[in-house]
Design a protein around this ligand. Sequence first.
Ligand SMILES: Nc1ncnc2c1ncn2[C@@H]1O[C@H](COP(=O)(O)OP(=O)(O)OP(=O)(O)O)[C@@H](O)[C@H]1O
Ligand SMILES: [Mg+2]
Length: 243
Amino acid sequence: MSSEQPLLELRNISYSYPGHNTCLLENINFSINNERIGLIGPNGSGKTTLFQIIMGLLKASEGEVLLEGTAMKTETDFRKLRRKLGFLFQDSDDQLFSPTVLEDVAFGPLNLGANPDKAQKISIRTLEYLGLKGFEERITHKLSGGEKKLVALATILSMQPKLLLLDEPSNNLDPATRERLINILRGLDQAHIIISHDLDFLASTCSQLYTIQDKTLVSCKQKQVHSHEHIHPYGDQPHQHGT
Ligand SMILES: Nc1ncnc2c1ncn2[C@@H]1O[C@H](COP(=O)(O)OP(=O)(O)OP(=O)(O)O)[C@@H](O)[C@H]1O
Ligand SMILES: [Mg+2]
């Protein structure tokens, strides 16, 4: 691998769902190395679809996904890519499939070749890092929505990916847990792309913001990511902010 090649690059990506005549995404060009990028945009604009294309779960109608300078063409290529990119699904129920939390978190390291002892150690350490100590034997499908989100994040972090693709990671989180997640993400070394409708969350975790406009990905250069203070009725009660 050449060090000049971006970790991930998208070249002229277009996509339309089968049976649809019009493109959902058109001519997307993008690259990322070690940046922390936020992606904001209207419902249905194609953000999740874009992540699925990057991961090879959907095949671009046109264009190429390149990992470290190499175009991903076959399923074998994308399998290699999926070992380096961690994808947090928008819906945690799509991500978690093992009976217990520990089994779910250990699945990735085991799949990457760690022996059971090592996989268990990595998993316990990851759960602790996310504030989920004691969750090891919990039944995954009985967790709350927010707990599932954090466990799903643990299943990704335990594989130590080079790039995180996080689809609405702060959904379902109470204000304190959302704050904890912000601190966790700020403390990680990896590059990330975070999809969110929560501008304040993106402002706290990302240094560049993109959106999907007219079917394509555009950098929000004029709209700098910023935080602000404001007042509203009952503001001392736990609450969330939209866009
Ligand atoms: N399998 C599918 N077949 C046809 N259309 C689909 C399919 N999956 C998603 N779509 C449509 O593609 C569009 C983009 O969906 P996508 O999930 O990528 O949007 P999004 O930007 O992630 O939205 P949200 O912010 O609501 O999560 C939507 O109109 C959706 O209904
Ligand atoms: Mg989505």
